[in-house]
Design a protein. Structure first.
Length: 190
């Protein structure tokens, strides 16, 4: 296993120790170790993706996209396209999908979510091994909607955590983020 894979495997272990009740972490590690091309979307059974929990500088709001293909409000993110440095993938996707430029990705994994993507046209049903990172908007919060989304919106994290209509993984991340607010102040001052 080469260096980026080892680093990611260690990050998975760190995440598992911080969040021991989350069930799919072992499957992420198994996929990383057992799949020859786990970061390539051409691996039709599934592949790694990187997502951004893109928060405002004060940590109170998160930027969500109304996903064009999936027709749901979700966090920003996308395919690794061969890049094993998933924090970089999350940052790249946040920039591309929001048009925001003054962003900072925090290095620790914030959330992990294994979910199935339905079959459509030339793609079979497959798994996304989605590794999520906190990305902080340090500058302007004026976003640009691109072709992957129908809309973008800043949502208060506390409202999202309490919204029963919100995607389950968004509620989980919002709840997790609210629990981490005691650690937010030192990050916010950077």
């Amino acid at each position: 296993m080469d260096h980026p894979y080892l680093t990611l495997s260690q990050a998975f272990a760190g995440y598992a120790s911080r969040f021991p009740g989350e069930p799919d972490v072992a499957r992420f590690n198994d996929w990383l170790r057992g799949e020859p091309r786990p970061f390539h979307r051409e691996t039709q059974a599934g592949h790694f993706t990187g997502s951004a929990w893109l928060v405002s500088a004060d940590g109170e709001r998160v930027l969500l996209m109304h996903h064009r293909k999936l027709q749901r409000w979700l966090q920003l993110g996308g395919h690794a396209d061969g890049d094993a440095e998933l924090p970089n993938v999350a940052l790249r996707e946040a920039q591309e999908e929001s048009g925001l430029v003054d962003l900072e990705v925090l290095p620790e994994i914030f959330d992990m979510d294994l979910h199935v993507i339905p079959a459509r046209r030339d793609e079979p049903e497959h798994w996304h091994y989605d590794v999520r990172y906190v990305v902080v908007a340090r500058g302007s919060e004026v976003f640009t909607v691109n072709e992957e989304s129908l809309d973008l919106a800043w949502r208060p994290v506390a409202e999202l955590a309490a919204d029963p209509a919100a995607d389950q993984s968004l509620r989980r991340m919002a709840t997790k983020w609210l629990a981490m607010q005691v650690m937010w102040e030192p990050i916010h001052r950077r």
